[in-house]
Design a protein around this ligand. Structure first.
Ligand SMILES: [Zn+2]
Length: 701
């Protein structure tokens, strides 16, 4: 959540005892009184009840009342109004639904609904009774019978770090589907664990998991916002031990990555930041802290295609579940569009069925929240080509919610609304994986082509929907100013050895990791040159690179030297590269030979003959055609061929110094041969179209 002062209005009116005789006044088919709500139904889900009814003509809103009852449906407690349904709660006002939560799972209740016209209360519906679902998992089945302390204490206690580790280890031990991986340690040395969940077992290595198009849920970055984490622990158990068709189908088709506590020190101390006071959700690009560095390395190695990041907030005007896509203008359009589609065309639609109320972060009167800082995970993930959303769980009371304070009811409502959201996220990934992967492919090709301006800070517009609609009040525009735009993008940044390897004081205890280590954690490829390193922009995370290496950025690590293209437009060929050449929108009339120690970076260009590079320092092609054979061998640094619309024939041989060569999203008319590269080339799960034979390490491409 945005750090802001909460304005909590006590909802005294809603908590007033309503006088009623809780007796059904007639047979169900009796004629309704004027403006009486009819056809109330309740259906039960994990931790909540969906109350539905037929709308009353002219109703302004509806009040939902819940009463605890015994097995004979005799009230055992005072009825209370648990919420107010407003037309902007859902996309289809013709079928109102309300997700009632906060109760202890397994208890029995009666529900009634009444319309208000203006402020005039109309007659209540006849009551409908139901027993809510018990806590998820059969208490008689090992594994399913695990419970967190939060569950066993009926939300009186949050699960401690020690209890989390014991529960996590038990899930790991009892389920073949689960591998728990320690992805790093906090400043104070707490393990940062990740559930890796697949069927029948998770793929063996991070790279193998990446091939399953995994999704990632980050449960607790702000230590004083613990409710998503409790949902994650329950969800991990459901995925690990569930035998229902949906769970099995989900896990047959992907791998679920769940990190319960990225900020274990902050959770243990119930503080927003980590033990140094750093807000970790302002550090995912900078990775000055070990927690965020661990997360970013996980992203580099497991390559999730979609993500959710859980928070809580206290805007008393808001819906249940504020959400927001990555908005930074350097995020590829396809990632923004697919993320917004997930929120508006999946979450809003599913929310209207279940009764939950997703809305754009900020919602009504939400203030300047949800902006473009690339340091926020939502934006960092978008800049890493991951479809994703922020999730907030509403803490505060207000006109549509009773003021519950920090009571068990409030905690349960937040946690079970998070559980619903995360499960809906899994369903979206299952239903739309083709689209998600297409968005990612488009994004990686776009970014690697180094096309268009750089924006240092500035957000895409979240479009408003006409009221009443959950999306009627999006967050502010956050447009970039002139000094936040670089129209003429450089080809690369050059860092001095001091900038790259020099000690830093911006980490915990004044001992920071070097820029070299942070660049490696992000997974960017760099070219060693005589007096430093070059960081080409022709890479999948092109939108993030200038935000950390350009002195004009809002929060850069260093002010690197902008290196601009050396060749644009028509060029006589053939071309020989001895030192450094950067082609941008260039057309070479002939082939290109990169000599030993030379560096070639080419984007949006055409090479009219073969491309030969033997013992080069680095070779980067983004969205560049080569009308002859491509032979890249024995490179002393990185090799990256991404998004070429036409390559005639490709041979990668003996490249062992620059990490796994990238070969992603290209069209190759002839053969593709890969031999002796260490590590083997990878395609970043962006398919190459290869017409000819594929041999050696690329046989499975
Ligand atoms: Zn937060």
């Amino acid at each position: 959540m945005k750090k802001r002062r909460s304005i909590v209005h006590t909802l005294s009116v809603m908590l007033v005892v309503t006088s009623l005789s809780f007796v059904q006044t007639g047979p169900a088919h009796a004629a309704a009184e004027p403006n009486q709500v009819t056809n109330v139904t309740v259906s039960q889900a994990d931790g909540f009840t969906t109350v539905a009814w037929t709308p009353v003509d002219g109703a302004t809103d509806y009040q939902i009342e819940r009463t605890a009852v015994d097995a004979a449906d005799t009230p055992t407690a005072t009825p209370a109004i648990v919420g107010v349904w407003r037309p902007n709660r859902q996309v289809n006002n013709g079928s109102p639904t309300f997700a009632d939560a906060g109760f202890n799972p397994g208890d029995r209740f009666g529900w009634r609904v009444r319309a208000r016209i203006g402020t005039a209360e109309q007659p209540y519906s006849t009551p409908v009774f139901g027993t809510t679902l018990p806590p998820p998992g059969d208490p008689g089945i090992p594994g399913q019978n695990l419970r967190t302390p939060w569950e066993t204490t009926q939300a009186a206690q949050f699960t401690s770090d020690v209890d989390e580790f014991a529960y996590t280890a038990a899930v790991d031990r009892l389920s073949d589907r689960v591998r728990v991986v320690e992805i790093g340690r906090t400043v104070q040395g707490r393990p940062i664990n990740m559930f890796v969940i697949g069927l029948p077992a998770p793929a063996a290595t991070p790279d193998a998991v990446a091939k399953t198009s995994p999704l990632a849920i980050n449960c607790n970055v702000h230590g004083n916002e613990p409710s998503d984490r409790e949902a994650c622990l329950i969800m991990a158990r459901q995925l690990a031990f569930g035998t229902d068709a949906r769970t099995l189908d989900l896990l047959r088709n992907t791998t679920v990555l769940i990190i319960p506590s990225i900020n274990g020190d902050g959770r243990a101390a119930n503080t927003r930041g980590n033990s140094t006071g750093q807000d970790l959700n302002r550090d995912y690009s900078l990775i000055r802290q070990p927690e965020t560095a661990a997360y970013v390395r996980m992203l580099r190695d497991y390559r999730p295609v979609a993500g959710y990041d859980g928070h809580e907030f206290s805007n008393n005007q808001a819906g249940d579940l504020p959400m927001l896509p990555p908005r930074h203008q350097n995020v590829a359009q396809s990632i923004f569009d697919e993320s917004l589609d997930m929120i508006e065309n999946h979450m809003y639609v599913q929310g209207a069925k279940a009764g939950w109320w997703p809305c754009p972060y900020g919602c009504q009167n939400g203030g300047p929240v949800g902006l473009s800082e690339e340091t926020i995970l939502r934006n960092t993930l978008g800049l890493k080509n991951t479809v994703n959303s922020l999730l907030e769980l509403r803490s505060a009371g207000g006109p549509t919610r009773p003021d519950e304070g920090n009571a068990a009811n409030n905690r349960r409502r937040k946690t079970f609304s998070a559980l619903w959201t995360f499960n809906s996220f899994l369903d979206f990934h299952r239903a739309k994986l083709v689209d998600i992967r297409a968005a990612r492919t488009t994004a990686i090709r776009f970014q690697s082509g180094n096309t268009g301006r750089i924006v240092f800070r500035g957000s895409r517009i979240i479009p408003a929907h006409p009221a009443p609609h959950p999306g009627e009040a999006p967050p502010p525009a956050d447009q970039p100013g002139p000094d936040q735009i670089l129209d003429n993008a450089p080809c690369a940044y050059k860092l001095t050895d001091k900038q790259y390897n020099g000690g830093r004081t911006d980490g915990p205890g004044g001992i920071g990791t070097t820029v070299a280590q942070r660049i490696a954690d992000h997974g960017w490829k760099v070219v060693q040159v005589a007096d430093g390193v070059l960081v080409p922009l022709a890479q999948p995370e092109r939108g993030l690179i200038p935000l950390l290496l350009d002195g004009q950025a809002a929060e850069p690590w260093v002010s690197g030297e902008r290196v601009f293209p050396t060749l644009t437009g028509p060029q006589p060929g053939p071309l020989t590269v001895d030192g450094f050449a950067c082609l941008s929108a260039a057309t070479v009339n002939g082939g290109v030979t990169v000599r030993p120690g030379g560096t070639l970076i080419a984007t949006g260009s055409t090479i009219g003959g073969p491309l030969t590079a033997d013992s080069a320092a680095g070779v980067f092609l983004g969205n560049t055609q080569v009308r002859g054979t491509v032979q890249v061998g024995r490179t002393a640094g990185p090799v990256s061929l991404i998004g070429s619309p036409l390559l005639v024939q490709v041979t990668l041989a003996g490249n062992i110094e620059g990490g796994a060569p990238y070969l992603a999203g290209n069209s190759i008319a002839g053969t593709l041969s890969c031999t002796g590269n260490v590590p083997a080339p990878i395609d970043l799960e962006v398919t190459n179209k290869v017409i000819g034979a594929k041999t050696g390490q690329c046989v499975a491409f």
